[in-house]
Ligand binder design. Structure first.
Ligand SMILES: Nc1ncnc2c1ncn2[C@@H]1O[C@H](COP(=O)(O)OP(=O)(O)OP(=O)(O)O)[C@@H](O)[C@H]1O
Ligand SMILES: [Mg+2]
Length: 247
């Protein structure tokens, strides 16, 4: 199983949009996918209209076994939802003797999927640290603007720090330029900087596309909401790229 966290400590860069559409796209290629929401905003639950009974918080705090938190979304596509009570998890973890291992201990009991995709909140807190010390790959969506690229520059040192501290081997395997507008010079300039700094990891850009903003309103991925849209084409290419990578 490939364990991929969709991570960037900067907010609003397309992490959740990427996590949903990547998971949905891979499941349409007959891969079995588990999507894990770790953002207390609970955006995935709302975007996919799951109405789960239990959330990841219940599993992390030992209320229920993690298997009871898994809900089916579509063929080959399951999810573990998050709710706003996850805001209390940092406090909970900091008071556990093995706080930083809780996530790993619980999530590593899950088997039977080809991909586990974890949508991280925008932070460098304890929860994200424990996710980064569990996942094998980080996919980093980055907005094609100046501040987005500035935040990206810090990413290799964040990952190096985690690997050193946790004796882990997390790798940034994809950098995904998002919110791209080819009519905009700053976007073009930032895209070439991303490609220059991450020549192996940089994917083709995900264009700015209103259909991507609309899809959550209907509880759908971009592939069911607007399959001919630029958003579906761009995420479709990303899915093919990911399938072609060595896991
Ligand atoms: N390529 C795109 N084109 C148009 N809108 C987009 C695109 N990608 C994301 N958005 C929109 O931008 C907003 C932020 O996206 P998203 O929620 O995916 O970011 P995030 O990194 O998960 O944010 P947070 O850090 O708050 O979790 C959302 O309204 C989303 O619909
Ligand atoms: Mg998000």
């Amino acid at each position: 199983m490939r364990t991929i966290c969709v991570f960037n400590h900067k907010g609003g860069v397309g992490k959740t949009t990427t996590a949903i559409n990547l998971a949905a796209g891979l499941s349409r290629h007959e891969k079995k996918v588990l999507l894990v929401d770790l953002d207390p905003q609970g955006n995935l639950d709302v975007s996919l209209k799951t109405q789960s009974k239990y959330s990841v918080y219940d599993a992390l705090t030992g209320k229920v076994p993690v298997q009871q938190c898994i809900v089916p979304i579509a063929k080959n596509f399951d999810m573990i939802a998050s709710t706003e009570n996850l805001t209390k998890i940092e406090y909970y973890l900091s008071h556990q003797s093995n706080g930083r291992d809780v996530f790993k201990n619980i999530l590593s009991s899950i088997k039977g999927y080809d991909y586990m995709i974890i949508d991280c909140p925008p932070s460098l807190g304890l929860l994200n640290q424990s996710v980064l010390s569990f996942a094998k790959e980080a996919f980093v969506p980055v907005a094609t603007d100046f501040l987005g690229v500035d935040a990206l520059k810090k990413m290799p040192s964040v990952v190096a720090e985690i690997n050193k501290h946790f004796n882990h081997d997390l790798k940034i395997t994809k950098v995904i330029p998002t919110l791209y507008d080819q009519r905009n010079n700053i976007c073009k300039e930032m895209l070439s900087l991303i490609q220059q700094d991450f020549p192996k990891q940089a994917s083709h850009p995900i264009r700015n596309n209103t259909k991507l903003k609309e899809a959550p309103k209907y509880g759908k991925s971009i592939f069911s909401h607007a399959k001919s849209s630029p958003g579906a084409k761009d995420y479709g290419k990303l899915v093919e790229d990911v399938l072609a990578m060595q896991g």
